[in-house]
Design a protein around this ligand. Structure first.
Ligand SMILES: [Zn+2]
Length: 232
C-alpha cells in the first residue's frame, strides 16, 4: 500500500506538471507577440507599397516638370529669335510661355511636396523597422527561453514517468486493476490514508470495525463514505 500511495503521488505530480506545461501563460504571451509582429510586418509592407507609389509619382511629376520647363524655354527663345514681328503672334507666344512657366512652377511645387512626403515616410519606416527588429529579437529570446524550459519540463516528465513505470511493476496486478476501476470516480486519488480516525480524502470518520480490519492488514478496506481504498 505504501508503494501504491507513492505511485499515486508520483502520478499526481506528473499530472500537475503536465497541466502546468499545457497552461503555461508564456505560450499565450508568445502567440500574441507573434501575431503582433505579423501585423507590424503587414503595416511595413503597406508603407513600402505607399512609398513605391509616391516615388513613381514623384518621378512622373519630375519628368513633366522638365518637359514643361523645356517647352517654356524653347518658346521663349523663339520669342527673342526675331522669327516673327507680328505683334499678335508675339503676344500669343508670350502668353504660351507664361502658361508653361506657371505649369512648370506648379509641377515643381508638387514635386517638392512629394519629396517631402517621401522623406517623412522613409523616416517613419526607419523607426518602424527598428522597432520591428527589436520586437523580433525579443520574441526570439523569449521563445528560446520557453523552449529550454519546456525541454526541461519534458525531461522531468519523462523521469517521473520512468519512476511511475518502475513502481507499477511492484504493485500487485489485482490491486492495480481495482485501483484503476475506482479511478474513474476518483481521478489520481482512489487511495486515501487513515488520518487519526478519518479518511484523508473525504474527512469522514471510519468505523472501528473497518479500522480493525485495516490494522490486520489483510485484504482491501474501503472508506465507508466515499468508497476509496484506505491504507494506514
Ligand atoms: Zn473517504
Amino acid at each position: 500500500m505504501e508503494k501504491l500511495w507513492e505511485w499515486q503521488q508520483l502520478r499526481q505530480q506528473y499530472w500537475r506538471k503536465q497541466e502546468s506545461l499545457k497552461k503555461n501563460p508564456a505560450v499565450i504571451a508568445l502567440r500574441k507577440e507573434k501575431q503582433e509582429i505579423a501585423e507590424a510586418e503587414l503595416v511595413l509592407k503597406e508603407q513600402e507599397e505607399k512609398l513605391g507609389k509616391l516615388q513613381g509619382r514623384a518621378r512622373k511629376v519630375g519628368d513633366q516638370h522638365r518637359e514643361t520647363a523645356d517647352k517654356a524655354k524653347r518658346l521663349e527663345a523663339k520669342l527673342y529669335a526675331g522669327e516673327t514681328n507680328n505683334p499678335k503672334d508675339l503676344l500669343s507666344i508670350q502668353h504660351q510661355v507664361e502658361t508653361f512657366q506657371e505649369e512648370a512652377a506648379r509641377l515643381a511645387e508638387e514635386k517638392a511636396r512629394l519629396i517631402a512626403e517621401i522623406t517623412r515616410l522613409q523616416q517613419e519606416m526607419a523607426v518602424y523597422r527598428r522597432h520591428l527588429k527589436e520586437r523580433r529579437e525579443s520574441y526570439r529570446e523569449k521563445l528560446a527561453i520557453y523552449n529550454r524550459e519546456k525541454e526541461q519540463a519534458e525531461l522531468q516528465l519523462a523521469i517521473l514517468m520512468g519512476q511511475i513505470m518502475e513502481l507499477t511493476e511492484e504493485i500487485p496486478l489485482e490491486i492495480l486493476a481495482h485501483y484503476q476501476e475506482l479511478e474513474q470516480r476518483f481521478p489520481q486519488s482512489a487511495l486515501a490514508r487513515l488520518e487519526g480516525k478519518m479518511c484523508s480524502a473525504c474527512r469522514v470518520e471510519i468505523s472501528a470495525l473497518a479500522i480493525r480490519e485495516l490494522k490486520k492488514g489483510q485484504g482491501l478496506v474501503h472508506c465507508e463514505n466515499c468508497g476509496r481504498i484506505l491504507f494506514r
